[in-house]
Design a protein around this ligand. Structure first.
Ligand code: FE2
Ligand code: FE2
Length: 135
């Protein structure tokens, strides 16, 4: 059973973005699965994958902002930078034994869901308003 499931309120309506969000969720589920198994090298590998895919995904969104002249590009990009730094810090804390497994998982779920449900969805709303994607 997956640790977190996709929910409809996370949908932005932008196909490529939604598809990548699903993949991020899958990676987060694999972080959880490797933690549940206590497999240290698998945990490390899934963290690495999460950060690499996050980089790829943020760059994809940022390319779309430029392509469609998104007026909130600067603040959305700042949020991406902050999210990356925070995740790197929390992961380092977890690896150093400073925080528990449950705390890093709770952090990463919030980290992903909050950003999608507010900031990313706002971008979807903009594209709908501009009739770039359908309602
Ligand atoms: Fe996103
Ligand atoms: Fe984003």
């Amino acid at each position: 059973m997956p640790f977190i499931n996709w929910s409809k309120n996370l949908e932005t309506g932008i196909d490529s973005v939604d598809e990548q969000h699903h993949i991020l969720l899958d990676i987060l589920n694999s972080v959880h699965a490797s933690m549940a198994e206590g497999d240290v090298s698998a945990i490390d590998a899934s963290f690495k994958k999460l950060m690499e895919y996050t980089d790829f995904h943020f760059a994809h969104e940022e390319k779309l902002f430029a392509q469609f002249n998104y007026p909130f590009t600067a603040s959305h990009k700042r949020e991406h930078e902050k999210l990356k730094l925070e995740a790197q810090e929390r992961i380092a804390e977890y690896k150093a034994g400073a925080i528990e497994m449950i705390d890093i998982l709770a952090f990463l779920i919030d980290w992903l869901q909050e950003h999608i449900a507010t900031t990313d969805k706002r971008f979807g709303d903009y594209l709908r308003l501009k009739k770039i994607i359908s309602a």
